[in-house]
Design a protein around this ligand. Structure first.
Ligand SMILES: *Cc1c(COP(=O)(O)O)cnc(C)c1O
Length: 395
């Protein structure tokens, strides 16, 4: 089916599912088979050598996993897509495929915790030259890219203060030096932002978050230019960080409601951000949909919605946070984000637990900061819940 004119909500449901499945099934079968049998040796040989379509062994490709890959490929408007066991599988396979001894990568200081461990601890071990710039310092980033690099790796909005990076402007600088531009689009999802349309070559996702949407399966996805995706796929086949059929099914199932969920979460988060912003006990609210947010102008240009994640700090500091969070009713105090249920936690305990207080301060993360990932609950219930918890904590 040609999806070129299909809108996103429709593509989320139908991509990868246009051919009839086994015995007329209307949902994709979960194919747990590890291996695929052939009666004709010539056909088997053609598939094994990549000259005919088909599956050989599920570490390489799997029919259920393919359905999911098609969904992200169509939603991001990409030539090709592949998948991984986790988001970190997608990111590490991509970076290790594109980089090597003597190569150089430029990125930002605020990447996801696991990604920044790759930049700080693992890639330098393989003689990769890593330069991390202040996330919102466009001039510093442009100057470092212009010196020459092989990969520009971006993430926007960032975790946990929702900083915004101008993908289009930086991708233009990267093109001049022939660098591959990779963007982690986990926070925005393809409903709110399409990095490939802004000049990126590759997009990575932790499908564990909004794409799955129910906190019940892990996965990673990569899509973009065919030649680059194939290069990473060839490494992943051997590296072995392959996605299994069962989580692929759950993520593809979750993705059918992606547009519905994201539209709801965009609207609720904006309402909640305004509520918190005007609350006397709240010190700061970080949400790119607020006009007071430093990234508001760029976010309004490159995103079609501001997403479901925000962070905020209480005037009374971390001691108040310790009493405030447990008195919320409709929230799991847990790591992760992007679920149908609201999730919250302090970055000092979750995403940035490995850093010292001084390092967190350097990234502009107050000790009393709370990351709040809005679920699909009724927004009035969420606001009332926040309101009662703020009232009960300190009069
Ligand atoms: C969670 C997350 C990852 C890592 O994904 P996993 O599925 O947990 O491996 C990468 N990037 C961002 C922005 C994330 O939020």
């Amino acid at each position: 089916m040609d999806f070129s004119k299909t809108r996103r909500g429709t593509a989320a449901v139908w991509a990868g599912e246009t051919e009839p499945f086994y015995d007329g099934a209307t949902t994709p079968p979960i194919v747990n088979s590890v291996t695929y049998a052939y009666k004709d040796l010539d056909e088997w040989y053609s598939v094994a050598t990549g000259n005919a379509e088909g599956h050989i062994y599920s570490r390489n490709t799997n029919p259920t996993v393919h359905v999911l890959e098609e969904k992200i490929r169509i939603l991001e408007g990409a030539e090709a897509a592949t998948s991984f066991a986790t988001g970190m599988g997608a990111i590490s396979n991509t970076l290790f495929s594109l980089l090597g001894p003597g190569k150089r990568v430029v990125s930002i200081k605020d990447t996801y915790g696991g990604t920044s461990r790759l930049f700080l601890d693992f890639l330098p071990h393989y003689q990769v030259n890593v330069t991390l710039c202040d996330t919102t310092d466009y001039d510093a980033l442009a100057a470092e890219i212009a010196k020459g690099c092989d990969v520009l790796y971006l993430e926007t909005p960032t975790n946990p203060t929702l900083k915004i990076v101008d993908i289009r402007r930086l991708a233009m600088v990267a093109k001049r030096v022939g660098a591959v531009v990779v963007v982690d689009n986990t926070f925005a999802t393809p409903i709110n932002q399409n990095p490939l349309r802004l000049g990126a070559d590759l997009v990575v996702h932790s499908a564990t978050k909004f794409l799955c949407g129910h906190s019940d399966a892990m996965g990673g996805l990569l899509c973009g230019k065919k030649e680059l995706v194939e290069k990473v796929f060839r490494f992943r086949e051997i590296n072995g960080a392959s996605l299994q059929a069962e989580p692929a099914y759950l993520i593809a199932r979750g993705m059918k409601t992606l547009e519905l969920r994201i539209e709801r979460q965009n609207a609720s988060a904006l309402k909640i951000a305004h509520f918190l912003k005007s609350h006397p006990k709240v010190a700061d609210v970080f949400y790119p949909g607020l006009e007071t947010h430093a990234g508001y102008a760029i976010a309004s240009e490159q995103m079609t919605g501001f997403g479901g994640v925000m962070s905020f700090s209480l005037r009374a500091g971390y001691d108040a946070v310790k009493r405030f969070l447990p008195s919320l009713q409709y929230v799991h105090l847990a790591a992760s984000l992007g679920s149908v249920s609201t999730l919250a936690g302090p970055p000092r305990t979750t995403s940035h637990v490995e850093l010292t207080e001084a390092q967190r301060a350097q990234l502009g993360i107050p000790e009393g900061l709370i990351r709040y990932s809005v679920g699909i609950e009724n927004v009035e219930d969420l606001i009332n819940d926040l309101s009662q918890a703020l009232a009960s904590v300190y009069p």
